[in-house]
Design a protein around this ligand. Structure first.
Ligand code: URA
Length: 234
């Protein structure tokens, strides 16, 4: 692939902007300046640098963000900042989107990708991927509430009750809830239907992929093949 196309596919602007970046001497590979936009480079295991920042070449971007509260999962947010404010602009430029949405006040594991098939597969209602949430509840949890969540609760507008895969108290006000669907405000609505109220919500896991303990709030990381495998193995 020529170097211009490498930068273009990785989100460094229009083809013209990419050519200019390269020709103006902003791009290095393995420490060596590469100023010819038409030069052929192998993308296999390629890492290039733009103004000293290293970028692995990835045909598709698969990312994990430790989402803070106060960010919307939209490129055109209504009332808060966008999660895209937490990512380098190259990702939005190359078409990265959120894989499902978390509410602005929900924290934790958010996936993003520019692989349309992947986004579709993981947001499709047919794909039952377990998602583990930790909800802080306003009122103390009791067996009746946990039982209702396990048995199934009827949410407004839904034809039949939705049951959690599991619902366990981790503390008087700490509910661990695993659900398969990704319906609008699902956890908050389920907890409300069970007679309690969510005060704070955090997503810990999707499939077999957990939020890495080392990833700071607001930080992102690439997902590798092993991570994608874990995601599917949930
Ligand atoms: N359920 C909710 O209610 N909100 C989220 O952000 C995710 C799941």
């Amino acid at each position: 692939m020529n170097l211009e196309s490498v930068l273009f596919t990785q989100g460094f602007g229009s083809r013209r902007q990419c050519r200019t970046l390269i020709a103006d001497g902003h791009v290095t590979i393995d420490g060596a300046l590469h100023a010819d936009p038409d030069a052929d480079v192998s993308t296999e295991t390629l890492t290039f640098s733009v103004d000293g920042i290293a970028w692995p070449y990835r045909e598709h971007a698969y990312l994990l963000l430790n989402k803070p509260a106060g960010y919307e999962c939209s490129r055109e947010p209504q009332h808060h900042l966008s999660v895209f404010n937490l990512l380098p602009p190259q990702f939005a430029e190359r078409g990265v989107q959120c894989v499902g949405r978390l509410d602005q006040d929900t924290t934790g594991l958010l996936l993003l990708s520019d692989d349309g098939k992947f986004v579709h597969a993981f947001t499709s209602p047919k794909r039952k991927v377990p998602k583990v949430y930790l909800a802080t509840t306003r009122h103390p949890l009791d067996e009746a509430q946990l039982g209702a969540l396990r048995e199934g609760v009827l949410l407004h507008g839904e034809p039949k009750p939705i049951a959690a895969v599991s619902a366990n108290a981790r503390g008087e006000h700490a509910l661990e809830l695993t659900v398969l669907e990704g319906k609008y405000h699902q956890v908050k609505r389920m907890v409300a239907a069970a007679g309690n109220r969510v005060e704070a919500l955090h997503r810990e896991r999707i499939g077999g992929l957990g939020l890495p303990a080392t990833l700071a709030v607001g930080a992102w990381q690439w997902l590798d093949e092993a991570d994608l495998g874990s995601l599917r193995s949930g």
